[in-house]
Write a protein that binds this ligand. Structure first.
Ligand SMILES: NC(=O)c1ccc[n+]([C@@H]2O[C@H](COP(=O)([O-])OP(=O)(O)OC[C@H]3O[C@@H](n4cnc5c(N)ncnc54)[C@H](OP(=O)(O)O)[C@@H]3O)[C@@H](O)[C@H]2O)c1
Length: 284
């Protein structure tokens, strides 16, 4: 039965995104599936609509490697829904290949950092809760990998090496987590909470088949990593605005709020990062 709430999900065609979309559909959420592959998204919509006929499911195409495409798709989302209760920024990149976005940013920075920033900025009017007691929610996908690197704002757009799990991927997940903390006060003014949630090690194409995962770790995935549906349920729970003491601007891992890594614990470092992100976005 539809519950009257709407979630927009990027990367709903991926492993964790698929499981989050299904978990939300089971709870009666209407869905806006935001993906680059129209074919995969339409197949997903058909399957979900068959299993959950009472909820509304819509698809919007976007390429998160292109800030212009993101803006266009956000306009499209505003045409098809007048509110979003939860925005799940699930899409992410982990690769050993260097690829540049339409605006010239390396792909990890473009998809893992700039895309969520652009989505939040453009969809903020739909998330706003000016006349309601309920909170809107923004969820981004963080990672345990953020505990290793130091924040290096100057190299995000053009890293010296891409370097697997602990390279550009970890640096951009760290930056994205810092970004969430820094955006929280502004969002909270309009009744929107934001949480950077680590889904935990999950069996998906990113970890099992992708070229960014070190080969040794790939062998361990079937043994040590959990199913996407198990991890998605934890993400959905951690995204409940009423849970986790209604806290915002937090990093959540294993269902608990965890301390921020030391290199993003200080506000001046995060503010410097935000200037860099905002300027990359503004010049697109
Ligand atoms: N798996 C893990 O163990 C793990 C652990 C911690 C955090 N995470 C994070 O969780 C999120 C989901 O990961 P996953 O394991 O489910 O990965 P996945 O199966 O590889 O899915 C990635 C999703 O991102 C989408 N995507 C990538 N580039 C895009 C672009 N340019 N434009 C639009 N969409 C794009 C993919 O679209 P296509 O379907 O078109 O390829 C896919 O839907 C990621 O942010 C990841 O970093 C994963």
């Amino acid at each position: 039965m539809a519950n009257g709430r709407t979630a927009a999900i990027t990367g709903s065609t991926g492993g964790i995104g698929t499981a989050i979309a299904r978990g939300l559909a089971e709870d009666g959420w209407s869905l806006v599936l935001v993906n680059r592959s129209r074919t995969k998204a339409l197949a997903q919509k058909e399957e979900l609509q068959r299993d959950f006929p009472t909820i509304r499911i819509q698809t919007v195409q976007t390429d998160l490697m292109d800030l212009e495409s993101i803006k266009t798709s956000c306009d499209e989302i505003a045409q098809i829904t007048d509110h979003i209760d939860a925005l799940y920024c699930v899409a992410g990149v982990l690769t050993s290949q260097r690829t540049l976005s339409a605006q010239g940013h390396e792909s990890h920075y473009a998809v893992n950092v700039l895309a969520p920033y652009a989505l939040i900025r453009n969809l903020a009017p739909l998330l706003t809760r000016a006349e309601s007691d309920e909170h809107g929610m923004v969820v981004t996908m963080s990672s345990s990998a953020i505990n290793r690197p130091k924040l290096d704002t100057s190299s995000l757009s053009d890293p010296a090496s891409i370097g697997g799990l602990m390279g550009a991927y970890a640096h951009t997940k760290l930056a994205m987590t810092a970004m969430c903390v820094q955006m929280a006060p502004e969002l909270e003014e309009s009744g929107v909470l934001i949480r950077a949630i680590d889904p935990g090690p999950t069996k998906t194409s990113m970890t099992s088949g992708g070229d960014g995962m070190p080969i040794v770790l790939r062998w361990l995935v079937p043994l040590l990593f959990a199913d996407a549906s198990t991890q998605a349920a934890k993400v959905i729970k951690a995204a409940d605005p009423e849970g986790l003491d209604k806290r915002t601007g937090v990093f959540v891992s294993s269902g608990r709020i965890k301390p921020l890594p030391s290199s993003i614990a200080e506000a001046p470092e995060r503010a410097k990062l935000m200037d860099t992100i905002a300027s990359a976005y503004a010049s697109s």
